[in-house]
Design a protein around this ligand. Structure first.
Ligand code: FAD
Ligand code: DHB
Length: 391
């Protein structure tokens, strides 16, 4: 088989890239290791930056999001001194959309199907070949048979544990990493949200986040030690701990119920440079991971896709390769800014096991400053709603 762009990974970045390219008349094949049902069963991000919203609309996959998504003007931050609101709309004139990654992925699969795009599931042993030459190709097996796809370019959209990043020789790659000494225990429950917008809570017992998916579906997280296991946490224990970390008035009004999903995610910051090697371009989690505190992971995947799509479009439609040549540099500039913001929100909002009294005072004054400064709130808002896509 031959295609123009072979895309490894059928998560949000691979599907969004494929959708945009197909709409622009550029041929793709998406190779996904898992089944569609498995991909759709992963509960992950919930907040879309406006740039992501607009990209989904451009891709022709935004109709249900526009009908069912919930637009938020800001969020709440809860501290020992009380709760305050950061109004993104007032501070920087932008909002965010509450719409789950599961729904984004489902809409992209449907849109791909409507276009007749090729998405191959259960592709095993995917391998990338001659990536630094002029005739790259990808091989995989399915149902015990081996296949080969020749292509012009390969997009590595296969997440942190994928095969694309390790294809780049170690001598070319530089990896930067910070692993945080705690995880997030998250649950999904069919209950109404406890507040009109998200609440990020800094509490002596640890961080907590009250989020939502729709008027009868809530997503809550609490910081837990890395040694904790999901089985250690009954629903009752989770709700009790969550309530202890949220403001009293919120906890009192909270509706609880059985969890329909419960999982623990470790927190890390990770960036691998460069994001291009020869004819391979890395996109999304295959190149970088942020801790979830700033809701940036999925949105960063979308901005990578934006830059790569524009680069490929200019190449195929006008013979202009300059966007592809600048892809790594331009994408990484935005990646590092989101990495900084996610690190800042994570360090400001969590209790660290080795936090000294000095560290504690710095953290409290950081949040006190944010509570009282319109300028600090504007800086937070500008990053939370998403920095512009630089051209
Ligand atoms: P992925 O979603 O990882 O998709 C990669 C795809 O490639 C997968 O479908 C995978 O099956 C496939 N693949 C992997 N290896 C191969 C291979 N060898 N061959 C073929 N296919 C392959 N972000 C937030 O903003 N908020 C959150 O609350 C949040 N929670 C998260 C919780 C967890 C447990 C994780 C792992 C991430 C979370 N994220 C969150 C981050 C966000 O979900 C990711 O940034 C986003 O999914 C990145 O999309 P992606 O398409 O680049 O990668
Ligand atoms: C959600 C996850 C986040 O990491 C975040 O910052 C906000 C919301 C969520 O899953 O809803």
């Amino acid at each position: 088989m031959r295609t123009q762009v072979a895309i490894i990974g059928g998560g949000p970045s691979g599907l969004l890239l494929s959708q945009l390219l197909n709409k622009a008349g550029i041929g793709t094949v998406v190779l996904e290791r898992r089944t569609r049902e498995y991909v759709l069963s992963r509960i992950r991000a919930g907040v879309l930056e406006w740039g992501t919203v607009e990209l989904l609309r451009t891709a022709g996959a935004g109709d249900r999001m526009d009908r069912e998504g919930i637009v938020h003007d800001g969020c709440y931050l809860s501290t020992a001194k009380g709760m305050f609101h950061v109004d993104f709309k007032k501070r920087v004139g932008k909002q965010v959309m509450i719409y789950g990654q599961t729904e984004v992925t489902r809409d992209l699969y449907d849109a791909q199907e409507a276009l007749g795009a090729t998405v191959i599931h259960e592709a095993e042993d995917v391998a990338l070949h001659d990536v630094d030459g002029d005739a790259p190709y990808v091989t995989y097996t399915r149902d015990g048979q081996e296949y080969r796809i020749d292509c012009d370019y390969i997009a590595g959209c296969d997440g942190f544990h994928g095969v694309s990043r390790p294809t780049i020789p170690e001598s070319i790659r530089t990896e930067y990493e910070r692993v945080y000494p705690f995880g997030w225990l998250g649950i999904l429950a069919e209950t109404p949200p406890c507040a009109d917008e998200l609440i990020y809570a800094n509490h002596p017992r640890g961080f907590a986040l009250a989020s939502m998916r729709n008027p009868n579906l809530t997503r809550y997280y609490i910081q837990v030690p890395l040694t904790d296991k999901v089985e250690d946490w009954s629903d009752d224990a989770f709700w009790a701990e969550l309530k202890a970390r949220l403001p009293k008035e919120v906890a009192e009004g909270m509706v609880t119920g059985p969890s329909i999903e419960k999982s623990i995610a470790p927190l890390r910051s990770f960036v691998s440079e460069p994001m291009r090697w020869g004819r391979l371009f890395l996109c999304g989690d295959s190149a970088h991971i942020v801790p979830p505190t700033g809701a940036k992971g999925l949105n960063l995947a979308a901005s990578d896709v934006h830059y790569l799509f524009e680069g490929l479009k200019a190449f195929y439609q006008a013979g202009d390769a300059s966007g592809l040549d600048r892809y790594s540099e331009v994408a990484l500039a935005r990646v590092w800014k989101a990495t900084r913001f996610s690190w800042w929100m994570t360090t400001s909002m969590h209790r660290f096991p080795d936090q000294s009294e000095f560290d504690q005072h710095i953290q409290e004054s950081e949040l006190e400053y944010l509570a009282g400064s319109a300028v600090a709130q504007a800086a937070m808002a500008e990053n939370y709603v998403g920095l512009p896509f630089d051209e």
